[in-house]
Design a binder for this molecule. Structure first.
Ligand code: BTN
Length: 335
């Protein structure tokens, strides 16, 4: 079944709000025969949508599956372009990998690749990203801003703000951002963001922004080595969270902040980022490829670069690092 028909069918059934809609009415909406409608209903059922069929009454939507298929995400999505094309997988090695392929093939700007499960999810610094089935949001977003390559890291910060705002909107939990991209609740990581860029002649060709949100894992769903450092929104909130609502909210806020960035530059985003920043003004250790830098985290520059002042008063600009907080022994960089 084509994506458009699937979307139209789900929309029509949802609009009926639990009441029956006749096969003829559905056929009129979709613009096909009643026999074709029966086939489309069967296809929807195969993808997990529960639909009741009663002779002379028609069809009634009983339950949508907890899967992030395009029809689910598009229904109620409040964006102009971001997320208007969703490519959904039940299981995939990494949505980043698929996103790169689709970007090269010319998929539209704002395409989202989303999977129920990743078997080889990738984190920053070549770490694995644990992505169990239907427990979280594992998605990659493709954008093509006409900007120099050096601007690419700012997209990690923009995405982090969007995800933080979305988590607040959907769960009402207060979250913090640890530079550059970890979203924490009470010091434990709920989200990681991995931005990958492809460019030439100093211009961004496309960006793949990978977002991993731990949504409905229980404590035992996490492997032992992550239990102290990672958490999920379910654990923190004490109730199951709608992954669909969270995806829609992330896409909405991403579009909002991306548009603001294209119109006004990074400075307004910097102010918002700082309102979420964790441990600014405290002593941190930045583990960089050139060694450790220990000092007070002063904030970020207008370009999104972290500034750390060491005990000699020297200011260091940190472009890429793992940040550790010095006052505790917990290693917050495991994910
Ligand atoms: C981090 O190390 O904190 C970044 C984690 C990014 C994980 C996401 S999940 C969706 C996308 N696909 C991947 O393989 N990685 C990113």
């Amino acid at each position: 079944m084509s994506r458009t028909i699937r979307k139209q069918m789900i929309e029509a059934l949802s609009r009926a709000d639990g009441t029956f809609i006749s096969g003829q009415a559905l056929a009129d909406v979709i613009g096909c025969s009643r026999t074709a409608i029966w086939k489309h209903i069967e296809d929807l059922r195969k993808s997990g949508v529960e639909i009741e069929a009663v002779r002379k009454k028609g069809y009634r939507l009983i339950k949508m599956p907890d899967v992030l298929i395009e029809g689910q995400i598009l229904l109620g999505l409040e964006t102009k372009t971001i997320g208007h094309k969703v490519v959904h997988f039940d299981s995939v090695e990494s949505t980043q990998q698929i996103a790169h392929q689709l970007a090269v093939e010319g998929t539209p700007d704002g395409t989202v690749i989303i999977a129920e499960e990743q078997t080889g999810g990738r984190g920053r610094m070549a770490r694995p990203w644990y992505s169990p089935k239907q427990k979280g949001i594992w998605m990659s977003l493709i954008v093509r801003p006409l900007l120099p390559l050096e601007k690419a890291p700012q997209f990690t910060l923009i995405a982090a703000i969007a995800v933080a705002r979305a988590i607040e909107e959907v769960t009402k939990l207060d979250v913090k951002i640890k530079w550059p991209n970890d979203i924490l609740h009470k010091g434990r990581k709920v989200t990681g963001i991995l931005t990958e860029v492809q460019g030439e002649a100093d211009q961004i060709n496309y960006l793949v922004i990978g977002v991993g949100v731990n949504v409905n894992q229980t404590r035992t769903d996490f492997p032992d080595q992550l239990r102290d450092t990672a958490t999920s929104l379910l654990i923190e909130k004490g109730e199951l969270i709608s992954r669909k609502k969270l995806v829609q909210s992330i896409l909405k806020f991403f579009e909002k902040y991306y548009t603001l960035y294209l119109e006004k530059g990074f400075v307004p985003l910097k102010i918002i980022w700082e309102s979420y920043a964790d441990r600014i003004g405290e002593i941190v250790t930045a583990r960089t490829i050139n060694g450790d830098v220990v000092g007070i985290a002063l904030g970020i520059t207008d370009e999104g670069v972290l500034i750390i002042q060491d005990h000699m008063g020297k200011k260091h600009h940190i472009y890429s690092a793992d940040i550790e907080f010095n006052h505790s022994n917990t290693n917050e960089t495991l994910l």
